[in-house]
Design a protein around this ligand. Structure first.
Ligand code: CTP
Ligand code: MG
Length: 217
């Protein structure tokens, strides 16, 4: 049994003022709805929890006909929103956590993550880093890690429910993805292939790329 937690409670400060990013539309559907459309193709997902800003719970719940998903209010940070979603998971032994801000992750990536959880506690999809990454302090380069060791991590990230629950003990502003939680608990995190379509929509430029993709340019 696999649960999907869709985190959609961010405000999206770099995108549309007043509209939470996950509710911004591309090609006539919200980013959240694009994710739900993909999730519907993944037959092993048996329950879905959508985490949205408190002010939008009723509106989003009304837009999802037929109990397609449970809708709950998120928290101040992504990490806190994940905890709110986790609290709603009912019967699953495996949970996927996905950013609604990544609307075009193909169903194959969800399937790959679920497949790998057969013999892993935690799984992340990733793509190679093409840029050279440097650590910079006060405008000066202090370190350049070997690029071969680096990957860019996407979502959905998958976990045995028990492992993720046990790793979520209290808020920590330094946590930027779910795998960090279980890494810190000493649990190995398996890496599978992500997708170039798994990019996160953050800026107006990303939204323009997303629109061009949907319109088939
Ligand atoms: N998210 C969330 N709860 C929060 C913050 C973020 O559920 N308190 C979700 C976002 O809705 C998004 C995902 O986590 O789907 C990744 O976060 P990010 O891209 O940082 O979204 P925002 O925080 O909305 O955007 P920004 O950081 O640009 O303001
Ligand atoms: Mg954010």
């Amino acid at each position: 049994m696999t649960a999907l937690i869709l985190v959609a409670a961010g405000s999206g400060t770099r995108l549309a003022a007043g509209v939470p990013k996950a509710l911004v539309e591309v090609g006539g559907r919200s980013l959240l709805q694009h994710c739900l459309d993909t999730a519907a193709k993944v037959s092993r997902i048996s329950e879905i929890v959508v985490v949205v800003p408190a002010a939008h719970v009723a509106e989003v719940a009304a837009s999802l006909h037929g109990g397609q998903a449970d809708v709950v209010a998120g928290g101040q940070t992504r990490d806190a929103s994940v905890r709110e979603g986790l609290a709603q998971v009912r019967n699953a032994d495996v949970v996927l956590v996905h950013d609604a801000a990544r609307p075009f992750v193909p169903a194959e990536v969800y399937e790959r993550v679920i497949d790998a959880l057969v013999d892993a506690q935690a799984v992340v999809p990733a793509v190679p880093v093409v840029d050279t990454i440097k650590r910079v302090r006060d405008g000066i380069v202090v370190d350049t890690p070997q690029r071969d060791d680096l990957v860019a991590v996407q979502t959905p990230q998958g976990f045995r429910v028990g492992a993720l629950l046990a790793a979520h003990d209290g808020d920590d502003p330094g946590v930027t993805d779910d795998a960090m939680r279980v890494e810190r608990a000493g649990i190995p995190v398996r890496v599978v292939a992500g997708s170039p379509h798994g990019f996160k929509i953050t800026t107006p430029f990303d939204l323009a790329v997303a629109t061009a993709m949907v319109e088939g340019h």
